[in-house]
Design a protein around this ligand. Structure first.
Ligand code: CDP
Ligand code: MG
Length: 708
């Protein structure tokens, strides 16, 4: 773009957006009521424009405008875009905050953030006193945190008398959603007004393919197929950009590699029908991509070049890419689901819903008529794809969220105002886990430890282990591990088989350096080795480690340390003593948070989990314990991967003695007992009575084994 047009982009671009014509009415509507639902087609300008309109209308005089996004990449890229439109640097008037990355300052008045961040802010400041407007964006995605925020904001601001007592000026809550369900949202928020931005959309012709049928649920052959279809479009369709939907980073990288390879062989004079097309620009788009690369996605391609973006579901609603005329839909998405077979949350590749497929197709009809190529059959559509996507709250673990609610004083977590109620057993499962980690007591009350745990943006088990280590004065062992498990995968897996072998060898050597086969220790060791290296980026390159991921891990470790230091200054921070060897100490700390993930060797290479599900699991090939012929009988693991088998990943050998006293906790508490406390508002009086009863029960002491 030439220099002279620098101050223009906002004027030209944003005035053409459908939302522009409704600017005055929209700001008035926000002024007029506490709650407002805003809907409009994806790309109409809700996310980037509304906060600017409110800023212009003077909403920032009383506080900030906060906008939540379910995805971190969306929060970051949108903030960058809006900063550019408002001609400021990101982090000044316009900023963003996502987990472990705060890019805001005192000047920040328009703040984009993940829904998880706002949830944490409510913990520290339940009245949200910094804000004049809170906008929940992408509500149709129904992410767990957004759903919880909806309920909380309803609770906090619904009763005007209560709300005004808290504040000298009223907070406005705007809820933005791309698709239908607006009546339901309005009804939920005290029948608030709905502002619909009329959209302009063009017809999209959809065709079904033959590659994926009901029998292909487990296969990943679709990557090749989408590549083939994208190249067919490139050679036989008129000019216009292509958007390909796949499920995740490694798949996307593979598809891009294949596309590069095949695109090289195209003869533009003979193979390509539209003679104005003389090249293809292949761009990946996924969550953990470096930000400078993300920016390229939005730039128009050079003349004659066709842009082909290969993306995750993030391009379905969170980010709008202009110029897309063709869609290639794989029909799959990666989703976090509670897997009852293994009793925990697992990232799985599953068919998308029909409504999701329509949303994907719609991406081709924003500026002119478009085409959508579905690689799956009509039969797959009918038999394998559900009508709607199930909200996350109804399919994932609620442990962290329930702890947050409890810390906010929401004792009755069953009758909390949910837009769609989670199944009661999921709530009970969460309570049970919190009890197992000593975060709540039997009456459902948050313990001292629970109050410490809620401060960490980590999985409760990992936090539990970290706090154990901190109480023993060895947090330096656990902080790096927690950080490494919070960033993207650090081990590079090259596509080329020869290079793969070389990488495997280096990774094995790194694992061997720890002296014990223990994947957690490997993470710690990689962290330390890299940090103490003179040239850390070269060290990473040499060892096939992602330098970018490690840099994030260093920063995350710092932040976790800050939280910990702050908490350790509290007078009731637990302190314990320990004598013994350091490797054992390390593993014993891990056990306090991972005893819920214990497995015991059953036969041969098969392990059996001890959590009551008794699932048969295998050690994943990426683990240093894979194929080890040792006496290894007991292990703990960080997570599981479900393919045709159930694999456990990031594994650590342990001794039975270390979990012996913890394991009974897995079965000791009766969910019905928790069920009653989940439903009742416990009064102080009841509490005292209950405690007296408990004290009486405690004598004589019951040992853990007795309960088992
Ligand atoms: O939120 P909604 O889907 O209604 O629209 P938006 O995200 O505000 O997008 C409005 C316009 O800004 C679209 O045409 C996007 O392509 C454009 N945009 C952009 O060019 N670069 C970004 N980083 C973000 C949005
Ligand atoms: Mg949006």
């Amino acid at each position: 773009m030439s220099k002279s047009s620098r101050s223009k982009p906002k004027e030209v671009g944003s005035k053409q957006l459908p939302i522009y014509q409704h600017k005055t009415k929209l700001t008035q509507a926000v002024k007029d009521s506490t709650f407002l639902v805003v809907t409009g087609e994806t790309g109409s300008g809700k996310t980037t424009q509304l906060p600017q309109y409110l800023y212009e209308a003077g909403f920032c005089k009383d506080g900030r405008i906060g906008i939540t996004q379910p995805r971190r990449v969306a929060a970051i890229t949108v903030a960058q875009r809006v900063a550019q439109e408002m001609q400021c640097t990101v982090g000044r008037e316009v900023g963003y905050q996502v987990r472990f990355d705060d890019c805001t300052s005192e000047d920040t008045v328009v703040k984009y953030m993940t829904d998880g961040c706002l949830l944490r802010e409510i913990l520290a400041d339940p009245g949200l006193s910094q804000y004049s407007v809170v906008i929940l964006d992408e509500v149709h995605e129904r992410s767990l945190n957004t759903d919880i925020l909806l309920g909380l904001l309803k609770k906090i601001f619904s009763d005007p008398a209560k709300a005004s007592k808290r504040r000298h000026f009223p907070v406005k809550v705007v809820v933005m959603s791309a698709t239908l369900e607006t009546d339901k949202l309005s009804a939920f928020l005290d029948n608030c007004p709905v502002f619909a931005i009329p959209g302009r959309t063009f017809p999209v012709t959809c065709t079904f393919g033959t590659a994926v049928g009901p029998k292909d649920l487990e296969s990943t052959g679709y990557v090749r197929e989408v590549v083939k279809v994208a190249l067919d479009i490139h050679t036989s369709e008129r000019a216009g950009d292509i958007l390909v939907f796949l499920t995740g980073q490694s798949e996307i990288e593979r598809a891009c590699d294949l596309l590069y390879e095949k695109a090289e062989t195209i003869d533009y004079q003979y193979d390509v029908q539209d003679q104005t097309v003389d090249g293809i620009l292949i761009l990946p788009l996924y969550g953990s991509m470096p930000t400078d690369q993300q920016r390229q996605i939005f730039q128009p391609p050079p003349p004659g070049i066709r842009k082909c973006v290969v993306a995750t579901n993030i391009a379905a609603t969170s980010l709008t890419i202009n110029g897309i005329k063709y869609i290639v839909d794989s029909g799959f998405v990666k989703q976090l689901n509670h897997n009852s077979r293994v009793g925990m949350d697992v990232l799985e590749v599953v068919p998308i819903s029909k409504s999701e497929a329509q949303q994907r197709a719609g991406r081709a009809g924003r500026t002119s008529a478009g085409k959508c190529f579905r690689i799956y059959t009509k039969e797959f559509w009918e038999k394998c794809m559900p009508e709607y996507t199930i909200p996350e709250i109804q399919r994932t673990s609620l442990t962290a969220v329930v702890l947050t609610l409890k810390c906010l004083g929401v004792h009755d977590v069953i009758r909390f105002p949910y837009l769609d109620c989670p199944e009661e057993r999921f709530i009970l499962e969460a309570l049970k886990q919190l009890y197992q980690f000593d975060a709540i007591d039997r009456s459902g009350k948050v313990t001292q430890l629970g109050e410490l745990m809620v401060e960490f943006p980590l999985h409760p088990g990992l936090t539990r282990a970290l706090l154990k280590a901190a109480s023993l004065g060895c947090q330096d062992l656990l902080l790096p591990v927690a950080a490494m498990l919070s960033v993207e995968n650090i081990f590079i897996r090259p596509g080329h088989p020869e290079k793969q072998k070389e990488a495997d060898k280096k990774h094995k050597a790194l694992a061997a350096k720890t002296g014990s086969m223990n994947d957690f220790a490997t993470l710690l060791s990689v962290f330390q080795l890299c940090k103490s290296s003179d040239r850390p980026s070269a060290w990473c390159k040499d060892n096939w480690i992602h330098w970018r991921a490690l840099k994030s891990a260093f920063s995350v470790e710092n932040q976790l340390q800050e939280i910990l230091l702050r908490l350790q200054q509290k007078k009731d921070f637990p302190v314990e003593t320990f004598s013994g060897n350091k490797s054992e100490l390390f593993r014993q700390c891990l056990c306090t948070g991972y005893f819920t993930n214990v497995a015991r060797r059953s036969v041969g290479k098969v392990f059996c989990t001890m959590d009551g599900h008794g699932s048969m699991v295998h050690i994943h090939p990426s683990s240093s314990l894979f194929d080890q012929e040792t006496e290894l009988n007991w292990v703990i693991f960080h997570d599981v991967l479900v393919t045709s088998r159930v694999y456990i990943r990031t594994v650590c050998p342990i001794r039975y003695e270390w979990v012996k006293d913890l394991l009974p906790k897995l079965h000791e508490v009766d969910v019905y007992e928790l069920s009653s406390v989940a439903r009742e508002e416990v009064t102080d009086e009841e509490m005292i009575k209950w405690e007296m009863k408990e004290a009486a029960k405690r004598q004589p002491e019951v040992s853990a084994e007795d309960v088992m």
